[in-house]
Design a protein around this ligand. Structure first.
Ligand SMILES: Nc1ncnc2c1ncn2[C@@H]1O[C@H](COP(=O)(O)OP(=O)(O)OP(=O)(O)O)[C@@H](O)[C@H]1O
Length: 347
């Protein structure tokens, strides 16, 4: 079970990318805009906890992961690791201790692996560059340990292989081994199984769950797939256009959602629950609006069947709707009550 101690904390985190205005904007003196990829997020991850960050494409999930792993710099807010403010720490030597403790696993294992390096060199690379081993004996030991923990057994059989000699599942295991080699305390995994066959997904997820159980490692699991999030996570945070609209335990988010967007996401995945148990909200339709043009008021209102005038004008704050459960919706009480309105108003 996760500790009560936060290993990671995001406070009002913001990442805005400037966009160049068009010719007309410049002629008319209109200010250049911004893509508000991450627009004020508060989130904590406890030691030994798996938190899933769920949202549609373009909601800002990867950008959050890149900020946590210091691959992107926030434009506002704070990133705290074990209470220490890491927001403005930069430069490879200043970041070395942090990189020993926080690692990222990317979605596309093929791209993440250098095709000209052997599996041994791929897994050894962070150990060498972060100067975590003193001699070759130690290096071989740590590489073997990481390969075994990622399920590549016996490890020695994989040392001399190149990425093209591995199956898709083995490649993702090699990527995981590279992240594990440094024995991190937090891993950010960005859609780590979305490119794998269904039959292999469960095995890879099991590797991640085992790490939490054996090493009390924390995991931020980024996915667009709510059932997958429910399967693996202790808590789920639902992201919509750069803002968290709901956070709660995996069971609450999946079976007792209190935000219309979460209900719609859930209804878009027929494998959850029985038909009788599903909320009578039609599946989510329409595209996520651009993060360069975020609607006023509640950003979900143009797609929300429950929207009222207030939703078009005022942004709802996240309010507590149960233990460890927050929802940012003016009508959250009615979402819970399975109102007639949900049934009547089509998306
Ligand atoms: N470097 C950048 N410059 C400008 N806009 C960017 C940049 N990186 C991301 N964005 C924009 O920020 C928004 C969030 O992108 P992000 O990749 O974080 O979303 P995501 O939820 O991970 O999507 P996906 O699941 O498709 O990867 C998108 O509108 C994206 O186009």
């Amino acid at each position: 079970m996760p500790d009560s101690v936060d290993i990671l904390r995001l406070e009002s985190l913001q990442v805005h990318f400037p966009v160049q205005g068009g010719l007309f904007d410049r002629v008319l003196g209109r200010p250049a805009g911004a893509v508000r990829a991450v627009d004020g997020i508060d989130l904590n991850v406890r030691r030994g906890e798996i938190v899933a960050l769920v949202g549609e494409s373009g909601s800002g999930k990867t950008t959050v992961g890149r900020v946590i792993t210091k691959l992107a710099q926030p434009t506002g807010g704070r990133l705290l690791f074990e209470g220490r403010d890491m927001t403005s720490v930069q430069g490879s030597s200043a970041l070395r201790p942090y990189r020993n403790r926080v690692q990222m696993i990317f979605q596309d294992a093929y791209q993440a692996l250098n095709p000209r390096h052997t599996v041994f060199d791929i897994v050894a690379e962070p150990l060498r560059s972060l100067r975590l081993v003193e001699n070759n004996g130690q290096l071989t030991e740590r590489v073997s340990e990481a390969l075994a923990a990622a399920g590549l057994n016996p490890p020695g059989d994989f040392f001399a292989r190149f990425p093209h000699e591995l199956s898709g599942g083995q490649r993702q295991r090699a990527v995981i081994a590279g992240a594990l080699a440094v024995k991190p305390e937090l891993i950010v995994a960005d859609e780590p199984v979305s490119m794998l066959d269904v039959s292999i997904r469960a095995q890879i997820l099991q590797v991640l769950v085992d790490l939490r159980e054996k090493h009390n490692m924390a995991l931020l699991f980024i996915t667009h797939d709510l059932p997958l999030a429910w399967l693996i996570a202790n808590r789920i945070a639902v992201l919509y256009l750069g803002k968290l609209v709901e956070i709660g335990t995996a069971d609450d988010i999946t079976f007792n959602p209190r935000h219309p967007y979460t209900v719609a996401l859930r209804n878009a995945t027929p494998q959850i629950g029985s038909n009788a148990d599903r909320r009578e909200l039609p599946a989510l339709q329409g595209e996520v609006p651009s993060a360069a043009r975020i609607p006023n008021g509640c950003r979900f209102h143009p797609r929300c069947p429950m929207a009222i005038d207030r939703c078009r004008q005022e942004e709802p704050p996240a309010v507590e709707v149960g233990p460890q459960h927050l929802s940012a919706c003016w009508r959250t009480g009615e979402v819970n009550a399975r109102s007639e309105l949900l049934r009547l108003a089509p998306l």
